[in-house]
Design a protein around this ligand. Structure first.
Ligand SMILES: Cc1cc2nc3c(=O)[nH]c(=O)nc-3n(C[C@H](O)[C@H](O)[C@H](O)COP(=O)(O)O)c2cc1C
Ligand code: SF4
Length: 706
């Protein structure tokens, strides 16, 4: 049976788990103002339990809260008053056969709430000032919010403070046990207090808590022993540690981690979660350690640590269940903890067990969930708009009346609305003017391959339903009237017009839409005039043979041939422009990006933007935010950079990826014809995939409600 190892029961100390799937700790900012777990946290975790995970680990739960707090709505376990809310979570989770562990946490040098409240951050020694590019990728509103927190001050821990801290962890564990939790996870990683002591880079102490590894590990081991003493011999204790500090010279190494892991086992831990930390001053590193972009990034470290201990190892970090199944079978680790995949679809474990793999809603690695935490918002998931709103949607209306609904536009919003409507028992007609479903998600998938599983999933969901899909059909008011729908969902996307840039009408200038059409085998009058006979033949041949429908083929084929010259200037440095810049530079083009906006990367979530900008820098692209007097001429683009210097960038082709606005024209025409219209997606203002998915959910709620 596929996934039989992953789905087989497992054991952590005395704790029996129904399978080897763990919801990794994610501080999602769903707590109440006072650190309590309220309805929001309860319903969020209950959904994960319903979805079938064996063990659910809570997000970082403050043992000294509010001291050491990292999020405005972080959960806490620093007072007896916190027990009651936690008990509700445990009961809800246990009801569905899952177990709950609480992650014990003190944020130390990452405790932004300490800084915001004017408290010093707890640390082993005053940290060095790191000078990375982290802040360079922030947009201005993000910078303002970041600056509002203020400058950190530090509390270098005395031995008395260390005793207080150790006791706080022990007391937190005691409260977790009292609340009925099934285990605790001591957070010994991610730069938080125990990790900052373990790192030779942040720990410069000269007493018995600094210097040698034995001394640096002393705090964590004292915590583990104190927790064990508090909870007794049979209560499961998991300890999370960093296997290394990525990109941080002089930081924790795998050799340190192996020794620490052995000591952690000796101190009384029942399992070890193998994670990683990084140089937080470098933007790209924020997706290169514990929340990695690269698949299986932390698995070699998990396997190395597994070799030196005899307790189970929990591994995580963009791991596919299939891969985990094989590695667990080979004895390289014992449990797979997943984060993002379970935000995207908390029912993943159940769907695996029921053989409904194609129904799993995929994570698209967009970093919306993570970036929300950086900007001090509650987590949201792009593909699962219900995430974090389960409490408000319990018993959300599923209509009792079957309605006839026309959905206009087969992009992500239209497909999602159609899928939901069909699921809820409505009769759905999905009308798309082109010859296939996908809309802007097709090009988005070409540029960023992680989007493609969502495209495939939405299409498969539509195909598996009874939706009447009408391709190559223009939705006129007359056509709609003939269908006599009760409701019409309009998901026709944004209006893209070329902004008034001098020279934008020259033949070597393509709009974002034209570029898209060219790559994906569609044709248009404008394209015919602008492209060579060779390009037209290739594009038509691609479309006729179906090759351009295969994004993987297009992705690979464009490495060999693309109808664009060597030098390309992109005017527009938002999501589409930057993704295109990466796509083209990976295909050997010499790309320059110019935009008038002061910072590049709007529309891209912070953590992904930090990575993308760093990648573009590594590719050696010319990036010019804050440009003025942009003028397109034959063979070149002239502009003045933000420092006032004039430039002339060579341009065989210019792509204008700007000028996208909402467009209600069609919706208005339908309204005028007396139809009950719900507008969703980019047509209502550009909200990208997240906006489309959320709008679809909300429109279907309204339709269901009557
Ligand atoms: C929104 C979010 C919040 C997180 N918060 C925590 C946390 O509170 N404690 C922790 O140890 N790790 C935290 N992490 C890291 C995860 O535990 C895990 O290492 C990471 O998500 C990698 O697994 P994945 O690739 O399956 O998402 C967080 C991750 C995400 C996505
Ligand atoms: S927000 Fe994006 S990265 Fe996060 S879980 Fe959802 S799809 Fe995945």
């Amino acid at each position: 049976m596929p996934y039989s190892t992953l789905l087989s029961p497992g054991r952590i100390g005395a704790l029996e788990l129904r399978n080897r799937i763990v919801v990794t700790a994610m501080g999602v900012n769903f707590g109440e103002d006072d650190g309590q777990c309220g309805d929001r946290a309860v319903a969020y975790h209950e959904e994960q339990a319903r979805g079938g995970a064996g063990l659910i680990i809570s997000g970082a739960c403050g043992v000294m809260y509010p001291i050491g707090q990292v999020q405005p709505w972080q959960i806490a376990i620093s007072e007896d008053a916190h027990i009651q809310g936690l008990k509700r979570v445990v009961d809800a989770v246990n009801r569905h056969g899952s177990r709950l562990a609480v992650q014990l946490h003190q944020g130390g040098l990452n405790a932004v709430d300490d800084t915001a409240a004017g408290r010093p951050q707890w640390c082993p020694s005053v940290p060095e000032l790191a000078r990375g590019d982290f802040i360079d990728g922030f947009l201005l509103p993000e910078l303002e919010s970041f600056a509002r927190t203020g400058m950190p001050t530090y509390k270098v821990l005395t031995k008395e403070d260390i005793r207080t801290l150790v006791q706080a962890f022990a007391a937190g564990a005691g409260r977790a046990k009292e609340a009925g939790c099934d285990a605790v996870e001591v957070h010994g990683g991610h730069g938080y207090v125990p990790s900052s002591f373990l790192s030779p880079k942040t720990n410069k102490r000269t007493d018995e808590y600094g210097g040698s590894l034995e001394n640096r590990a002393r705090l964590l081991l004292e915590i583990v022993r104190a927790v064990r003493a508090e909870v007794g011999p049979d209560f499961p204790i998991i300890v999370k540690i960093d296997s290394r500090e990525v990109g941080r010279e002089g930081g924790i190494t795998i050799d340190h981690a192996k020794v620490t892991a052995r000591w952690v086992e000796e101190a009384g831990a029942d399992a070890i979660t193998v994670s990683a930390y990084h140089d937080s001053s470098q933007g790209k590193m924020h997706s290169a350690s514990n929340i990695p972009h690269e698949p299986n990034w932390n698995l070699p470290a998990a396997a190395a640590i597994k070799q030196v201990v005899s307790i189970p190892i929990i591994a995580s970090g963009r791991v596919e269940p299939e891969h985990a199944d094989a590695e667990i079978r080979d004895g390289r680790f014992d449990f797979l903890a997943m984060g993002r995949k379970l935000l995207a679809d908390p029912h993943l474990p159940r769907k695996l067990a029921e053989g409904r793999i194609e129904e799993i809603r995929p994570c698209i690695y967009c970093y919306t969930c993570v970036s929300a935490i950086y900007t001090r918002e509650s987590t949201r998931c792009t593909v699962n708009p219900e995430c974090g709103f389960e409490y408000a949607r319990e018993g959300a209306s599923r209509s009792t009346t079957r309605k006839r609904v026309a959905v206009v536009g087969g992009g992500p919003g239209g497909m999602e609305a159609a899928r939901r409507l069909a699921r809820d028992g409505h009769e759905v007609v999905l009308i798309e003017k082109s010859d296939r479903l996908g809309g802007t998600l097709r090009f988005a998938s070409l540029a960023y391959a992680a989007n493609e599983p969502l495209l495939d999933w939405l299409r498969a969901q539509v195909e598996a339903s009874e939706i009447d899909v009408r391709l190559e059909t223009v939705a006129t008011p007359e056509l709609l009237a003939s269908l006599a729908p009760d409701d019409v969902v309009v998901a026709t996307g944004a209006l893209r017009s070329l902004p008034p840039i001098p020279g934008a009408d020259l033949p070597h200038v393509l709009s974002g839409d034209e570029m898209r059409d060219m790559m994906l085998g569609a044709s248009s009058e404008a394209l015919k005039q602008k492209t060579s006979l060779m390009t037209r033949i290739a594009t038509r041949a691609g479309a006729a043979t179906g090759l351009t429908a295969n994004l993987d083929f297009v992705r690979k084929a464009t490495h060999a041939w693309m109808p664009l010259g060597k030098n390309v200037v992109i005017v527009g440095g938002e999501l589409v422009g930057l993704e295109l810049a990466e796509f083209l530079s990976e295909r050997g083009r010499n790309v320059t990006v110019v935009d008038e906006v002061p910072r590049l990367g709007a529309g891209i979530t912070l953590v992904r933007r930090l990575r993308l900008l760093a990648d573009l820098g590594e590719h050696g692209l010319g990036l010019y935010p804050g440009s003025k007097d942009i003028r397109i001429e034959p063979g070149q683009v002239c502009f003045t950079d933000d420092g006032g210097e004039a430039h002339t960038a060579p341009a065989d082709h210019v792509i204008v990826a700007k000028g996208t606005t909402g467009d209600s024209t069609q919706a208005e025409a339908f309204r005028h014809a007396g139809l009950r219209v719900h507008e969703i997606g980019d047509g209502t203002g550009v909200g990208y995939i997240e906006g489309a998915m959320r709008d679809a959910m909300e429109a279907v709620d309204v339709i269901n409600a009557g």
